[in-house]
Design a protein around this ligand. Sequence first.
Ligand code: GAR
Length: 227
Amino acid sequence: MPASPTFSIAVLISGNGSNLQAIIDAIKNNELDATIKLVISNRQNAKGLDRAKEAGIPTLLVDHTLYLNREEFDQAMLDALTRYQPDLVVLAGFMRILSAKFVSALCGKLINIHPSLLPLHKGTHTHKRALEANDSIHGCSIHYVTKELDGGPVIAQSQVPIYPNDTEELLAVRVQKEEHRLYPLCIGLIAKKKLELVDGAPVLDKQPLTNGGIKFRQSNYDTYYLK
Ligand code: GAR
């Protein structure tokens, strides 16, 4: 029997690419059965481009400043994605708002990571805002992307505590550690077809996910890796 083709992804980045690195490492360590077909960056100096090249992954720069408007920029990315035909498109620190056309062309195949416990703290400066709000917990969310900014249905969240005297920097490090575990795990669930978007709602093992998706705290991940 011919082997089924490996689940393929494209990753869109704008900067450091530490989440991209976590996905590359998870694949290398056999924790994630997938292949990265393409990395797209909208910024030439994104460190994530170097990480991709180092791992031998095809890269593409689609510089948003060279396009007349959002629609043309998004179309250039869609054209590239159409050429590569990934099973899933993963936004990993991609800091451009996407047009409705882009989002609907990839409906159910486009996920994002956001550094807060959505629906709290949509947008930017999430660690600063969690501290200012005196939140006692913070974290990150993985969600399907819809036209509403940071508003699509949540697949999973990982929580971290906020300690007295925390700073934005300390909190960012704590949250990113969770991001690096959570993103490969969620991609793996989608790759194994355990998780999918059905009628606009995430479904895990045929059960609709409600209330902010699968909940993790620091270090209770093992059971999901073992499934
Ligand atoms: C991550 O913390 C991610 O959650 C955030 O950007 C960072 C990218 O880091 N994304 C957003 O804020 C999207 N709204 P990385 O480039 O090192 O992966």
